[in-house]
Design a protein around this ligand. Sequence first.
Ligand SMILES: [Zn+2]
Ligand SMILES: [Zn+2]
Length: 117
Amino acid sequence: MTDDAFSDGDREEPTVSCERCGREWNLDRELDDLDPGGHAVEQFALDHERHTGHYPDDVTPWTARCRRCPDGERFLAERPARRWAETHARHTRHPVRLEAPTGAEDLVSADGEVDGS
Ligand SMILES: [Zn+2]
Ligand SMILES: [Zn+2]
């Protein structure tokens, strides 16, 4: 895995900017009561999407969507999205479609098989 040489301040003061809104937020101040780790950014991004219908800059969601029932969730990283899909598939025997920020799609089925075609 390669890192996009872009991580020079993500531990101290998480800031989030949104080009569409033309704004920037310092999460340390805005969300004092939340974990100063990645969760604040994640929470903020989900919140922002809920209010405005779009995500802030540099935030690309993963979408897990069940193909059999209306269940579905959005995540900001592959791991929790895949975990949700696998858990749902295992519990319900439903195939879950996993949509990557890149537009790629995966199908997570109850057997733990992943059909990547
Ligand atoms: Zn915005
Ligand atoms: Zn389902």
